[in-house]
Design a protein around this ligand. Structure first.
Ligand SMILES: [Zn+2]
Length: 63
């Protein structure tokens, strides 16, 4: 079985995890309402995906 000869130092491990955190925060702009949204997900402010209405957006729940 191939095995690593020596373990990576803590600095190298932490540098890799720092880059992973930066990539997580990527956002795209909704083509319908120009609000920031997560890529490949339904827009949370207008409820559309790929130009189609998917969700009914509730502005405020009145109790
Ligand atoms: Zn939208």
């Amino acid at each position: 079985m191939p095995n690593p000869k020596s373990r990576h130092c803590k600095a190298r491990r932490d540098k890799r995890r720092a880059n992973w955190k930066i990539q997580l925060t990527s956002v795209s702009i909704c083509p319908e309402c120009q609000e920031p949204k997560l890529p490949h997900r339904v827009c949370m402010s207008c409820g559309t995906y790929n130009g189609k209405k998917i969700l009914e957006v509730v502005e405020k729940e009145s109790v």
